[in-house]
Design a protein around this ligand. Structure first.
Ligand code: APR
Length: 320
């Protein structure tokens, strides 16, 4: 059987890291696409030259021609601009919406059967627009945010509790912005929910609240440190986890920006929700029950995403 084909649209910081990870994990052959001639070719060649030492079997190709992504099984989209210190993800909307139009048309034309993972910010609005521009079924177009936000939450929790990250589970829901909802009740250490751990005296509510806020600010913390761009190692790793779930039909339960049809009270838009990812793409959106306090936070986050979607519609009246 031929190897799967993984097309990476955008060969910047995240795109290059995605290519490296996909090759190291032998997920398939990789095509790096970018409009900046030389960048995708240079990165593809550099990573291919790491193959003999690492011993992976995967071909890598860099291109500025959409025809080269033909027949891709997975497309991961990072094309666009990242934020700089002082910018919110929402400040990128105008520029990145135009990029989504050209990327969506490129995918529609060349890789209409792909599972598409969008990373470009502001995430929830960009994945919504990308689905419309590409015309692909909603279950095949998904946004990467929840896996990353949850990984940040899990990392901070593992440090606080002094335990392995493997034994910490976490769920972050809602939009990928300042209003995201890290759920303490659905997050656990060794299966024990966080509120129980507070009651047991293993941590305090104050410390937990600080970790939740640090999770919300996780992207900005990295932007503040890097100064010239935004995070790329953890975002790329998160998207690769989702791509692997699809390619290997793993039925992973992962929080993603998925198209909701009434689940958790959300209808006709993309927002971060728990999903099952397998060979069918988003095979299920898990309709979890939120308590009153969580629902208020979630609804606020959904409203923030609605505002971004409206801003997209105001820019391009073809979006509905
Ligand atoms: N088509 C293809 N590639 C494009 C296009 C386009 N229309 N416009 C820009 N690009 C490319 C740029 O040439 C650049 O190589 O997208 C790449 C983006 O790479 P970086 O600037 O390094 O950004 P990165 O850190 O990878 O983040 C990309 O992901 O997390 C989000 O907010 C982040 O929206 C940003 C995206």
């Amino acid at each position: 059987m031929a190897r799967p084909k993984i097309a990476l649209i955008g060969a910047g910081q995240i795109g290059g890291t995605l290519a490296h990870l996909a090759a190291l994990k032998e997920l398939g052959d990789v095509v790096l696409f970018d409009i900046a001639d030389g960048t995708p070719q240079g990165k593809a060649l550099d990573i291919a030259e790491s193959g003999p030492s690492e011993g992976f079997d995967a071909t890598l190709k860099g291109t500025t021609d959409y025809a080269d992504i033909a027949g891709a099984d997975v497309c991961i989209v990072t094309a666009g601009v990242p934020r700089k210190p002082g910018m919110s993800r929402d400040d990128l909307l105008g520029i990145n919406l135009k990029v989504m139009k050209s990327v969506g048309e490129g995918i529609k034309e060349n890789a209409p059967d792909a599972f598409v993972i969008c990373i470009t910010n502001p995430l929830d609005a960009m994945v919504w627009a990308l689905q419309q521009y590409s015309g692909l079924p909603a279950e095949k177009v998904v946004g990467m945010a929840g896996v990353l936000d949850s990984a940040r939450f899990r990392h901070f929790l593992s440090v606080e509790f002094g335990v392995s990250m493997k034994d910490v589970t976490a769920f972050v829901l809602g939009g990928h912005g300042d209003t995201m909802v890290p759920s303490a009740r659905y997050s656990t250490v060794g299966g024990i929910p966080l509120p129980d751990l507070v009651e047991m005296g293993w941590t305090t509510q104050e410390k937990l609240d600080a970790i939740i806020q640090r999770t919300r600010d996780g992207g900005a913390e990295i932007v503040g440190l890097l100064k010239t761009g935004s995070a790329f190692y953890a975002p790329a790793t998160s998207a690769i986890e989702m791509a692997e779930a699809y390619l290997k039909d793993q039925k992973r339960v992962l929080p993603c920006a998925a198209y909701c049809n009434g689940e958790i009270g959300v209808d006709g838009m993309y927002v971060g929700v728990p999903t099952v990812i397998g060979a069918g793409g988003i095979e299920k959106v898990i309709d979890i029950k939120l308590n009153k306090e969580e629902q208020v936070m979630f609804d606020k986050s959904v409203d923030a995403v609605k505002g971004l979607v409206e801003a997209c519609k105001a820019i391009d009246s073809n979006l509905a």
